[in-house]
Design a protein around this ligand. Structure first.
Ligand code: HEM
Length: 400
């Protein structure tokens, strides 16, 4: 048994996962940890075990299965409500996920690249016209990521401050079960109204198409559709916005890497490899991927019994020295690799093609348009979200 979870982290090195993972990978790659409700799921820290676990259909993300490892009260609050598709029993999950495959196909997402570029440019115009220093999260990363997902879904951008506030309450490990539950109810109500409007009068947006093709025909209930869109809004902006901030921070703290990035920014394959390295190095979705065993399985020589919870620590796996030589070094020229920042296996990120395009456009444009961008305060003075499901900041003052 290791300590209580999440493991302590040295916030003076905000981009590095807890130091204890290194030792665990060597000495106890499958160990138990104690979470907030006293339960003791397995913690997986090695890359090979992580990929095996995330690829194994006997390890489920079905929230209602006994033994599921809820790592915070806000995770448990979901249990009492309509669950979005990733957290449903396997058969329901597959049906609902299939409805989204075409919507998020790499080809369709590629057609959005020019619009994403315009959104990035316009958001930067506004930021650059304002005072400095400025909070990169509030002035650029959030409005940019939210505008993209709002346009895609068909959500009014005017509501973004309200919706993002609800998302923060849902994602924080500090939120009580009641507070997270109220935020979930409000989000569900908001999206339920949007579904009803689109059933009556479908817009040419993702919500409109799903409402016309599935809700109207009775293959998806309005409630399940609302939960799906709430999830897409929530998952479709927070990780992207925090990845923009943390990726920018990583580059500003490694000026030689930033120089290298500038040199290759107009070479698409090199830029795409650089974004993958930033994703690996930062691993913004750093809370353990939650799974529960549906039958007895053996993983890494360890028996995991049916009903036992598992937390797959992808931030640790992405620093596994047996897979990534010199793993704590960010190197945008690293040979192509399969890091786990966007997940792996059946629950691989639905929005991965969209996220990659957004990050490519942002990291190319930001440093071309603001070549003197720098942190406005020492990194120790940046307020990090220290108890969240994502590696993020409350704000990130920058200047130029
Ligand atoms: C840099 C940005 C992003 C990061 C780091 C990220 C990360 C992840 C990760 C690690 C997972 C796997 C969860 C698990 O296995 O338990 C995931 C799943 C998911 N992501 Fe993303 N994501 C990002 C952007 C997006 C965007 C733009 C969307 C768009 C809508 C999105 C929607 C989803 C959804 C719906 C799932 C659940 C997939 C499933 O269970 O089948 N994500 N994401």
């Amino acid at each position: 048994m290791t300590d209580s979870y999440p493991l302590p982290k040295d916030w003076r090195c905000p981009l590095d996962p807890p130091a204890a993972y290194k030792q665990l990978r060597k000495e106890a790659p499958m160990t138990r940890v104690r979470v907030w409700d006293g339960s003791t799921p397995w913690l997986i820290t090695r890359y090979d075990h992580a990929t095996e676990a995330l690829g194994d259909p006997r390890l489920s993300l079905d929230f209602r299965l006994p033994g599921f490892p809820h790592t915070s009260p806000s995770s448990a609050a979901r249990l009492e409500r309509t669950l979005p598709f990733p957290f449903r029993p396997d058969s329901e999950y597959r049906v609902q996920r299939a409805m989204l495959v075409q919507e998020f196909s790499p080809r369709r997402m590629e057609t959005l690249r020019p619009r994403i570029q315009s959104i990035v440019d316009e958001t930067l115009d506004t930021m650059l016209a304002g005072p400095r220093p400025v909070d990169l999260l509030a002035a650029f990363a959030l409005p940019m990521a939210i505008r993209v997902i709002c346009e895609l879904l068909g959500v009014s951008y005017d509501d973004y401050v309200y919706l993002h506030g609800l998302s923060c309450t849902i994602g924080s490990r500090d939120s009580t079960k009641d507070a997270a539950g109220r935020a979930l109810d409000e989000m569900e109500g908001y999206f339920q109204r949007l579904v009803e409007e689109n059933v009556r009068n479908p817009s040419d947006t993702l919500i409109g198409r799903i409402a016309a093709e599935h809700v109207r025909r009775g293959t998806l209930s309005a409630q399940d559709a609302a939960a799906m869109f709430q999830m897409l809004f929530h998952a479709g902006h927070g990780p992207t916005a925090y990845m923009i901030c943390m990726g920018t921070m990583a580059l500003l703290l490694h000026p030689e890497q930033l120089g290298e990035l500038r040199a290759i920014a107009d070479e698409p394959s090199k830029l795409s490899a650089a974004v993958q390295e930033l994703l690996r190095y930062v691993t913004v979705s750093n809370s353990g991927r939650q799974r529960v065993a549906t039958e007895d399985i053996t993983l890494g020589g360890q028996l995991i019994r049916a009903g036992e919870g598992v937390l797959v620590q992808t931030d640790s796996a992405n620093r596994d020295e047996t897979v990534f030589p010199d793993p704590d070094r960010m190197d945008i020229h690293r040979p192509p690799h399969r890091n786990l920042a966007l997940g792996h296996g059946i629950h691989l990120c639905t929005g991965r093609a969209l996220a990659l395009i957004e990050l490519e456009v942002v990291f190319r444009t930001l440093f071309q348009r603001v070549p003197t961008l720098r942190l406005a305060v020492p990194v120790e003075d940046i307020p990090f979200k220290q108890n969240d499901n994502l590696l993020g900041v409350h704000e990130m003052p920058v200047t130029w």
